[in-house]
Design a protein. Structure first.
Length: 232
């Protein structure tokens, strides 16, 4: 058994270790999130807007829409998103993945009836998930500070810049009349929010910190294609 002195030394050692971890976490957070005070204000605005508008719409949509129909809607928007995947895989020099994206577009748009059915996945052609923010990361650009964008949510300086070219790879800039464009955009927004309802239950503690850390870790994982421990 430990003596009192040894117990005290062990407890003190654990305390010092925990203090060191907390201090490191604080320094890391300060480096990644130097605009935290502003970000939190924008986060509160977004969260309030979501609580009273988008989230109720998403819940209502999920409640009245059969699962089969909801999945078909999700598939259509995912098929449109493969254009972004294809373009960014080409820019990153991932020829094989670009070939998969091309095949997915062809098969899902034709045999999948304009993307209603994800026949490509059934054929073993797994969907990629690329965007221009990740492309900039592959090209060697750092993510920069964490920022929360009004209405758009978590981001970084690099990812915010990446949103601009990706926007022109979506159908919205080329749809007219404006009413049709807005209807399609709203449908995708509500469908995306509905998909996040289940994941929202995992949020614990400080919502802002939880979402920030989850976002930064996920972006690092995706940008580096899962190789997140190479530097250690």
């Amino acid at each position: 058994m430990f003596s009192v002195g040894k117990k005290w030394a062990l407890g003190r050692g654990v305390g010092v270790l925990l203090a060191g971890v907390l201090a490191f976490s604080s320094v890391q957070a300060a480096e990644e999130d130097p605009f935290e005070s502003v970000n939190r204000a924008v986060f509160r605005f977004n969260d309030t807007l979501d609580t009273y508008t988008l989230k109720p719409l998403a819940k209502g949509y999920q409640k009245v829409t059969p699962d089969f129909v909801e999945q078909r809607v999700t598939n259509v928007f995912a098929n449109l998103g493969d254009v972004i995947n294809l373009s960014n895989n080409l820019l990153q020099g991932k020829v094989r993945d670009a070939g998969v994206d091309t095949s997915r577009l062809l098969f899902n748009t034709t045999f999948g009836v304009l993307g209603l059915f994800d026949v490509a996945t059934e054929m073993g052609l797994a969907r990629n998930d690329e965007d221009f923010g990740q492309t900039l990361g592959v090209w060697g650009f750092g993510s920069g500070p964490y920022i929360v964008l009004p209405l758009l949510g978590p981001s970084s300086v690099r990812d915010a810049v990446g949103r601009v070219p990706d926007a022109y790879l979506q159908p919205y800039p080329y749809i007219s009349p404006v009413s049709a464009r807005n209807t399609l955009f709203a449908a995708e927004l509500v469908d995306t929010r509905a998909q996040l309802l289940a994941a929202e239950r995992m949020i614990t503690g400080d919502r802002y910190v939880f979402i920030r850390n989850a976002y930064l870790q996920n972006r690092e994982f995706r940008t580096r294609d899962g190789e997140v421990f190479d530097d250690f």
